[in-house]
Design a protein around this ligand. Structure first.
Ligand SMILES: [Zn+2]
Length: 83
């Protein structure tokens, strides 16, 4: 994670305004859905990815096929069906 030298104070309701420069860098539009990730006491905010594997719902290493997605693990298992 990179320190970009920006600090913001939460408002009285705990809300945070994400600077426009960060939104632009991360290709996030004001109406996009975002999700929060926690690791210890560190909060990360990322654009919500609603694309999941058709079989296991993983969001990792997806490949599109006919407007649906399959992860690399399921793709491997399908191609090695004889295991
Ligand atoms: Zn999968």
């Amino acid at each position: 994670m990179k320190d970009i030298g920006m600090a913001r104070k939460l408002d009285g309701l705990g809300r945070l305004l994400i600077p426009k420069e960060i939104l632009n860098t991360c290709h996030i539009q004001p109406s996009d859905c975002i999700e929060f990730l926690l690791e210890g006491a560190t909060i990360s905010v990322t654009k919500y990815n609603d694309q999941t594997c058709e079989f296991c719902r993983s969001k990792e290493e997806l490949t599109a096929f006919k407007k649906r997605f399959i992860c690399s693990k399921c793709r491997y298992l399908i191609s090695h069906d004889d295991l």
